[in-house]
Design a protein around this ligand. Sequence first.
Ligand code: UDX
Length: 446
Amino acid sequence: MRITIFGTGYVGLVTGACLADVGHDVLCVDVDADKIARLEAGEIPIFEPGLEELVTTNAAAGRLRFTTDAVSAVEFGTLQFIAVGTPPDEDGSADLQYVLAVAETIGRHMNGFKAVVDKSTVPVGTADRVRETIANVLEERGEALDFEVCSNPEFLKEGAAIEDFTHGARFVVGTDSERVRELMRECYAPYIRLQEKLMFMDVRAAELTKYAANAMLATKISFINEIANLAERLGADVEQVRRGIGSDPRIGYHFIYPGCGYGGSCFPKDVRALTRTAGEVQYQAQLLEAVEGVNHRQKQTLFEKLERAFDGDLAGRTIGLWGLAFKPNTDDMRDAPSRTLMEALWRAGARVQAYDPEAMDECRRLYGERDDLALVDSREAAVQNADALVICTEWKVFRMVDFDWLKQQLGLPVIVDGRNLYNPETVRKAGLLYFAVGRGDSLRRP
Ligand code: UDX
């Protein structure tokens, strides 16, 4: 099949590379000429395991091509995927200007039937706006060309996007057109050994499915974080509670790991956008507001624990920090808990000495050179002469630690662990205080 993809960001590039890999003819188009030039030279602008190889092999085979020429891109594919960004507006709603600009371009240059596929995460009702935009342009042109618009949200996790694309739980397609159903069946046929994996539904239901999925997952995280905070005050180890509730299949073990708050490009943005959408239809989404509120508070807990350990005085202290990315296997720091922590530490007059296996360039880009931030090249260097250690991301390299050695490095024997990586007993035996989430020395008996 000939497929055009607008937007070579995270979603567009993964979608394009995966579809090319199963034999489709894919043309990716972007307005950023520099990005397209780099992609043509085999340079991948983002860090995602396996993506570089997938892009280069399929580009070499001629199945995956890149262009800035929107006119030929519109002509190329019967399927026109829109995978451009929808950054949040100041009020938290998704900004649709890029999506609608692509719709306008498609309307302007289409020369025959096109099935337009909304892949970006867009508010409910966007497919209708895309349809109107194209129809208006066609009317202006005086052309009566046939087209359809459907919704096909992605459910990709950063760091596992290719696996999620190829072995995900489902492909959701929102459409009322049999012609589109047929085309999407063909597009995803290589992945769909199990027919029920391809789910057809109404357009609005598909659009809401994406937000509902992310809001549900964010809710699970905020829920367990709330229980962890309660556990700290009640003197109960939340890890035991997690296992206790996860064993009930109605609850399940997935996504109930307590931590220092969820971050990334999806959960924070999507929960806020859905709350905003609710407001627009005069509904106050109380649960979603609470999910966001709990997460906001959770991101402060690392700093609060440090403050307690240092009796409220962090001025002049050096804090060793392991992990900057919002989760392992990515260099993404959007809404990362590490940022809330670092910014609070700087306000309190402390210095940060940080190491992350992938996100240090990103950190440099965000904060520039500053006296109170040292980005060092190993976990060992991050704790050298530090007063305490904080863990923000559960990278594998942080899992095995010689705690006797660690104790010798730290000015105060304190670990604040936002990811519950260690056994509290083992840490305690080495003579370190271990402030984990809902366990270890964070527990205070009433
Ligand atoms: C998420 C969804 O998983 C994906 O389906 C959607 O399409 C985009 O958003 P992503 O943001 O890449 O993907 O990361 P994910 O692995 O889901 O983690 C999100 C955040 O939740 C991270 O900050 C992670 O540390 C946190 N988290 C996750 C927890 O704190 N506890 C958990 O049990 C799980």
